[in-house]
Design a protein around this ligand. Structure first.
Ligand code: ZN
Length: 220
């Protein structure tokens, strides 16, 4: 699997089953390395919650590509003109050959509840935490889903900051962690440096990979 950071909380996963987007916020995202219309052949789009910087261009991309949009029922039912999969937090559901689960996130939103997501293509498991504070059951998410890669917000203000995110890494115990949701807006933490230091202290066995927007991490 290849994991491309599209800036902020947006990721493109090139899986063995096709392309999966998570929180594709590109239009008006100052960190976005591509335009929404550049994204083609998308199979699945997971939207963790309805804030503009997560729902983003999901509807436009889904209309153009025919991608299925996975979101909690209250959010899914508000999206018109797209094919949705209205699952709730709980367990894996197969969507276009990829297994997707929504899991808890502690945050706010207007439609339904905010979530994190797990994506598994039969080879690799990715945990995208959405927007969230630190919570103890991240340990359980780590034990149950055994993510190879965790994508965690570190920017503070709306989510965990660098220290909380490093504690999250020590609970989840992924093989690799990729920080996200920082530096996009002025109120957010500007660099991943403190996060990297804290991970070294709290979870030295976990490899922290910092991507530039547009950069790809290829899983071995
Ligand atoms: Zn949010």
């Amino acid at each position: 699997m290849e994991i491309k950071w599209l800036g902020h909380a947006a990721f493109e996963l090139s899986t063995s089953k096709g392309k999966v987007l998570i929180d594709p916020f590109l239009t008006n995202n100052p960190m976005a390395p591509v335009k929404a219309e550049d994204l083609k052949e998308v199979k699945v789009i997971v939207v963790t919650h309805d804030h503009f910087d997560h729902l983003g261009d999901a509807v436009d991309i889904a209309k153009r590509t025919g991608a299925k949009v996975v979101a909690v029922p209250e959010l899914a039912s508000s999206l018109s003109g797209v094919d949705t999969v209205a699952i709730n937090m709980g367990s894996y559901v197969e969507v276009e050959g990829v297994r997707v689960a929504l899991v808890q996130a502690f945050h706010t939103c207007s439609r339904g509840f905010p979530a994190g997501c797990i994506v598994n293509d039969g080879f690799v498991t990715v945990y995208h935490a959405g927007d969230t504070s630190l919570f103890g059951d991240m340990k359980l998410i780590g034990e149950v889903y055994r993510p190879d890669v965790a994508l965690l917000p570190i920017g503070g203000y709306y989510t965990m900051g660098p220290k909380e995110a490093a504690v999250a890494v020590s609970l989840i115990k992924p093989k690799v962690v990729i920080p996200m949701h920082y530096a996009t807006f002025p109120v957010l933490v500007k660099s991943p440096d403190e996060f990297l230091e804290e991970v070294k202290k709290r979870a030295p066995e976990v490899k922290a990979v910092v991507l530039k927007p547009g950069e790809v991490y290829q899983l071995p």
